[in-house]
Write a protein that binds this ligand. Structure first.
Ligand SMILES: [Zn+2]
Length: 241
């Protein structure tokens, strides 16, 4: 089963599925639209409705192509062969999508202003904050902090966020699509790489969930800039309000 049905239909937040394997506190479904986590984005949360009960899905853990849906402490998993109605937590998905699209805007500004600086790490958090590390040995932290108004102008501009897929030759022809120093985004079984395009601003390989328009996001604050080692600058951002 592809762990990325959420790429094919990101608006599918409620679906029926069959349990094909179980652990005492986790199930494998025959299909799932939960985002399985990765690229610094937390996995989706939600519920499974089963026999009149509502089981809480706390996180997804992938093992190869299998996405295990882990239930809250004390909840016993349905048996194999059972049918469930799954609900993705839309508020949590929206929170992660705002942070992820916001990080791409910030990444675009840093990449353009600081000579192609690459990302060395990224992590989004459930409290509406995120951190992103750049290889930026010579940058002035005030110049980084000064990006905040522009970040919010680009959010307010309502730029469309598009998804496209490129093959290896097209990927090689367009420098700058791969922004991570160490991590390659997941390549699909068909050899294509998923690209997130913020119209007129940025294109980069990414496997995460995103807004469809930048103005769906709350404003973002640059909370903190830290020097992490000789090369790394860590920028912490948070959603306002
Ligand atoms: Zn991304």
């Amino acid at each position: 089963m592809s762990p990325y049905l959420c790429h094919l239909d990101p608006d599918c937040l409620r679906f029926e599925a069959g349990v094909i394997a179980r652990r005492p506190n986790a199930v494998l479904l025959d299909r799932s639209y939960f985002y399985p986590g990765g690229g610094g984005q937390l996995s989706d949360r939600g519920t499974l409705q089963w026999k009149g009960r509502e089981l809480r899905v706390e996180r997804i853990e992938t093992e190869g192509a299998n996405a295990w849906h882990y239930l809250a402490e004390g909840e016993a998993a349905p048996e194999s062969g059972e049918r469930v109605v799954a609900n993705v937590d839309s508020a949590f998905r929206f929170l992660m999508s705002q942070l992820h699209t916001g990080l791409h805007i910030l990444n675009a500004l840093v990449y353009q202003r600081f000579e192609g600086s690459l990302v060395t790490g990224v992590q989004m958090a459930a409290d509406g904050t995120a951190r992103i590390d750049f290889d930026l040995p010579a940058a002035d932290n005030n110049a980084l902090r000064a990006l905040e108004p522009e970040l919010n102008t680009l959010i307010g501009d309502g730029l469309p966020v598009n998804v496209l897929y490129l093959d290896a030759a097209a990927l090689a022809r367009e420098p700058g699509l791969l922004r991570s120093r160490s991590v390659a985004p997941p390549r699909q079984d068909d050899g294509m790489t998923r690209i997130i395009e913020i119209a007129g601003l940025d294109r980069q390989a990414c496997g995460g969930t995103h807004l469809t328009k930048t103005s769906q996001s709350a404003p973002l604050r640059i909370l903190k800039i830290e020097n992490k080692g000789q090369h790394n600058r860590r920028i912490r951002i948070g959603l306002a309000g």
